[in-house]
Design a protein around this ligand. Structure first.
Ligand SMILES: NC(=O)c1ccc[n+]([C@@H]2O[C@H](COP(=O)([O-])OP(=O)(O)OC[C@H]3O[C@@H](n4cnc5c(N)ncnc54)[C@H](OP(=O)(O)O)[C@@H]3O)[C@@H](O)[C@H]2O)c1
Length: 302
């Protein structure tokens, strides 16, 4: 198989933008699907082919996918009227119609096999089944917690002004792998050629840390002491409700975090050595991401 072009949904967003960057670095022809062509033109390189499409509209997805070899998508925060399962069916139908050879889907949140069947995990299991059963070659990525959450505006404010990290709402002994979305971008591109069709890959960045260990890394770039003071799951749900604008989404995600906390004292943990070997790529240890990526962002925006 020879994949030369990739259509990216969410290309202006936290997950999709790094996929665009990684695909460009790999020399692929990149097409970005957006509902806001002008906004995408402002944000993306001139070399990216920008097309208008909506995940709620199968016809527009098929038109956007015309002539591309592969397609990456994840579920954005959806409006109440649009069901996740319909979005996935729209993408599958469009991919079949347009002759897309490979689909890469990110679940966006962790939904490992060991977790109980809460709302989010149950929905992702059904979506995963549909994608893996569809006629197009598909790969499912299950990321852990995104390091990009460390630049949520309230997280920045609390760390900078009060020296407190309240996210994630986990016990301080829990050691887990975080995922950089830049690593996720490189993983998506590697999955276009790797022998991983039909697989579900748990993905993350190397160097699992506890909350207090992460705070020590943050102290270095923020130039101040940072203490881990995890918020309660209820406060987390409230915060998510404001952040996403959806009480339904907030309940599902906070429920997922509560299940992770209840299920085991550690994790999510991912064998990142094996991931690097299988995909032939280098992933970014958490301390390096904090020093270089977060450090650069803080220098730029304070
Ligand atoms: N694991 C974690 O730690 C974590 C943290 C935060 C979020 N998440 C997950 O990530 C997902 C949100 O992704 P994100 O953070 O990348 O979001 P984001 O930065 O808000 O971007 C959302 C993207 O989705 C696109 N989009 C939204 N509705 C669309 C539609 N109807 N049709 C086509 N494109 C649409 C938007 O594109 P246009 O506006 O250009 O059309 C935008 O680029 C959620 O599922 C959330 O659960 C996970």
């Amino acid at each position: 198989m020879n994949i030369n072009s990739l259509l990216v949904f969410g290309a202006r967003g936290v997950q999709g933008h790094p996929v665009v960057d990684a695909a460009m670095d790999a020399g692929l022809n990149v097409r970005a699907a957006t509902r806001d062509v002008e906004g995408a033109e402002e944000k993306l390189s001139e070399q990216v082919d920008i097309v208008e499409a909506d995940l709620g509209d199968a016809e527009s997805i098929a038109e956007a996918a015309e002539g591309v070899d592969a397609l990456f998508f994840h579920l954005p925060i959806l409006p109440e009227k649009l069901r996740a399962i319909d979005v996935v069916d729209n993408v599958i139908a469009a991919a079949v119609r347009s002759g897309v050879q490979r689909l890469v889907f990110s679940t966006g949140e962790y939904s490992g096999d060991e977790l109980p069947a809460g709302d989010f995990v149950t929905a992702m299991r059904e979506i995963t089944r549909r994608l893996l059963d569809c006629p197009v070659d598909a790969v499912i990525l299950r990321p852990t917690l995104y390091l990009a959450n460390l630049v949520w505006p309230h997280v920045i404010r609390e760390v900078r002004d009060q020296g407190r990290l309240t996210y994630p709402p986990f016990s301080e002994k829990r050691r887990l792998n975080w995922t950089s979305t830049e690593d996720q971008g490189r993983i998506v591109v590697a999955c276009l050629e790797a022998d991983v069709v039909g697989e579900i890959l748990d993905i993350a960045s190397p160097e699992p840390v506890t909350g207090p260990e992460l705070c020590r890394h943050l102290s270095r770039v923020w130039g101040r002491e940072v203490h881990y003071a995890p918020q309660s799951n209820d406060d987390f749900a409230d915060m998510l409700s404001h952040l996403t604008g959806s009480a339904r989404v907030a309940r599902a995600i906070a429920g997922l975090y509560a299940d992770i906390e209840k299920h085991d004292k550690q994790g999510p943990r991912v064998d990142t050595d094996q991931l690097e070997q299988r995909l032939g790529i280098r992933l970014t240890p958490v301390s390096e991401w904090v020093d270089e990526r977060l450090g650069a962002l803080i220098e730029l925006y304070g």
